[in-house]
Design a protein around this ligand. Sequence first.
Ligand code: UD1
Length: 429
Amino acid sequence: MDRIRILGGVPLEGSIPIGGAKNAALPLMAASLLTSETLTLSNLPHLADISTMANLLAQHGVMLGLNGVDAQQGGFAGRVMDFRAEKIASTEAPYDLVRRMRASVLVLGPLVAREGVAKVSLPGGCAIGTRPVDLHLMALEQMGAEIELKEGYIYAKAPKGLKGARVAFPMVSVGATENTLMAASLADGETVIVNAAREPEVSDLAQCLVAMGAEIEGIGTGTLRIKGKPSLHGAQHAVVADRIETGSFAVAAAITRGRIELIGARRDTLEAVEKVLINAGVVLEDGPKGLIVSARENDLVGVDIMTEPYPGFPTDMQAQFMALMATVKGASMITETIFENRFMHVPELARMGAKVNVHGSSAIVRGSSNLSGAQVMATDLRASVSLVLAGLAAKGETTISRVYHLDRGYERLEEKLAGCGARIERLKE
Ligand code: UD1
């Protein structure tokens, strides 16, 4: 298993291109199942999770092919891919593929909507919590699907097709909103999603569905109205810039007290993160090509955060922000409200000298300037990147094992950081 070695203590200076959002790309790819025509997606990041979704779609019968690359952005280019689901060859999503990535469950809505039947493995738990899919199933049932759970699989059928319905979610779920949006686009009649997730990735999907012929009102709000169509058509769509990659590299600039321009960052999707960084003393400016993030040694202070659904502070930025707070003056209280077990990075950060006490869903971080390099282990995607960030700031050498987690969501992480002066390398094993 590969490891990453970092010699910390270098203030990062330079620019980093931001790729397309993994969490937008995955549902967009699943949306290709909704039409027999070609869906062309550009600005796709090159990541392990994208390959997993491509493999899953291929076994459903989607023909996919690389169709070039986008214009270069600072030496990096997004990919352009065609997805054509002329015929659905199989309506089954097997355990072996689904267990590798929870987002595989996003094929459920499109398959039932188009074929009237689907068998999708239950994703099971993951490192950050139990993460059920009950809300995905509730929505499909309200749209007339019959659902049975047996032998670890979701069996869904709607032989006469799905019907528009009022779907009121008791809590905000990104994935359940996306599955419902896709299913509703091919349902008979109008669907209203109440308490819909407002994440930019949901809006990106909705905009793509509109380009494919769906009628959707309320994009970006908590109430989505979808008029279903008998069929959708092909379209072209560019994946929105990754706000979590942007935030992670913003923290890289801040934690090393450096200055990085984030090329192609979408500031309109970053409000809560920007506000917190500014309150902590980080400087954010518009640069010629993107967002410039900088920080000076003694200027940073502790700030409290609470993770919330968008437009609140994202849970996917919590671990990175904790690493930053471990290096500033004063204390910070970090409260996680989305996932029940998302402090897996705490013991690892503690090995590097971070002072963190966890009480239930809150963590108190007492900042100090004394992080030191250590051997640590990645546990999930965002936890892993928080260890990289801590390693960039720490004195001495940090090695991070199990970096396959990072490859699921960060494209060419070492190259991008090394381009700003970081002493970072991958040790192949
Ligand atoms: C998505 C993101 C993930 C991010 C999360 C929250 C993708 C591929 N992943 O995950 O990176 O951390 O949003 O912003 O986009 N829940 C239920 N029942 C359900 C569905 C969810 O109880 O049927 C709960 C979950 O356990 C969790 C909360 O709802 O506590 C939010 O989860 P959700 O928004 O669904 O996250 P994902 O879509 O899985």
